[in-house]
Design a protein around this ligand. Structure first.
Ligand code: CP
Length: 324
């Protein structure tokens, strides 16, 4: 049993399907005039963001509010972290409020796992350094499933700065778990040496990418780069930028955001009908509602280690979400 969501590796295929199905029911709620359900009324969710975020922080806030939780949102800037308070002391301080869940983003690999050890609350990893971003991967699965109906057998190409990308790692694991074929593609300097061990194929050029069902472009993460990994952004774009020539009419285009326009994506594809980028953002709210719901109100979390017999996430004790 696991009380937290720290990694896609914590989830079986059945767990993922359960979260995606639950998100579908919240999408129905999101279509109503009043978008709230009372599921987490009286419970506290703390968002602790030690690194910049627009999409993840806002969608976790909306998710908690739409589940009627009491929400505390803390950003590193302006908090006691500015005065040198350690993460452990911050978590112990916030634990005085008896939170049901702590959502944590940190520039440090393993930060969410540490918080999970220090706190009795359910901990959700909202991105830890270049390690993992599991809820991004879940919302990506959800967005693709909504567009095409089934994930089984889809060919996914993940293109760009794989080396510094927690999104890439979580998405390789997630798409593989759902029966997709995953290829990662980029310059050799931006591909981690052991990435094949995650079950993907490696390509160092876009040749063959026309066979992909989904092209998932990654942001060049200059904030995580010490030194130069490509000769120039212009040269990178010439070889790996997804533009109108490189995106087929039946291919889906994804990107986790924020986009470096003119680097990994050309303007003409960002706003094309193939782009799922806005749908990914929209999916963020309902998928994060589903994650909080399953962890906090789903009849007891059972995010079992992948491969364990009977590891399916427990079905919620409650029936479909009702309006607040
Ligand atoms: N995709 C993603 O994590 O975006 P933010 O950094 O804006 O949260």
């Amino acid at each position: 049993m696991n009380k937290d969501l720290l990694s896609i590796e914590d989830l079986t295929r059945e767990d993922i399907e359960h979260i995606l199905d639950r998100a579908e029911s919240f999408a129905e709620v999101s279509g109503r005039a009043i978008k709230k359900v009372p599921t987490l009324r009286g419970r506290t969710v703390i968002n602790l963001f030690y690194e910049a975020s627009t999409r993840t922080s806002s969608s976790f806030e909306l998710a908690a509010k739409r589940l009627s939780a009491d929400l505390v949102s803390i950003k590193a800037a302006g908090s006691a972290a500015d005065k040198g308070e350690s993460l452990k002391d911050t978590v112990q301080t916030l634990s005085a409020y008896d939170p049901a869940a702590i959502v944590i983003r940190s520039p440090h690999v393993g930060a969410a796992a540490l918080v999970a050890r220090w706190s009795a609350a359910a901990v959700v990893n909202a991105g830890d350094g270049k390690h993992e971003h599991p809820t991004q991967a879940l919302l990506d699965l959800y967005a693709v499933r909504r567009r095409v109906g089934s994930l089984e057998g889809l060919k996914i190409w993940i293109v760009g700065d794989v080396l510094h990308s927690r999104v890439a790692r979580s998405n390789i694991l997630a798409f593989r778990r759902m029966g997709c074929e995953v290829t990662v593609c980029g310059p050799p300097t931006l591909i981690p040496r052991d990435v094949e061990s995650l079950g993907c194929t490696v390509r160092y050029s876009l040749e063959g990418s026309s066979r992909a069902d989904v092209i998932y472009a990654l942001r060049m993460q200059s904030e995580r780069m010490e030194g130069s990994f490509v000769p120039s952004l212009r040269e990178y774009a010439a070889r790996f930028q997804i533009d109108g020539r490189r995106l087929g009419p039946h291919q889906i285009l994804m990107h986790p955001g924020p986009v470096n326009r003119g680097v990994e994506l050309a303007a003409e594809v960002i706003d094309s009908p193939q782009a799922l980028i806005v749908a990914q953002v929209e999916a963020g709210v309902v998928v994060r509602m589903a994650v909080l719901y399953v962890l906090l109100a789903g009849g007891g979390p059972s995010l079992a280690a992948a491969g364990e017999a009977g590891g399916a996430m427990a079905r919620p004790a409650e029936s479909e979400p009702q309006p607040a």
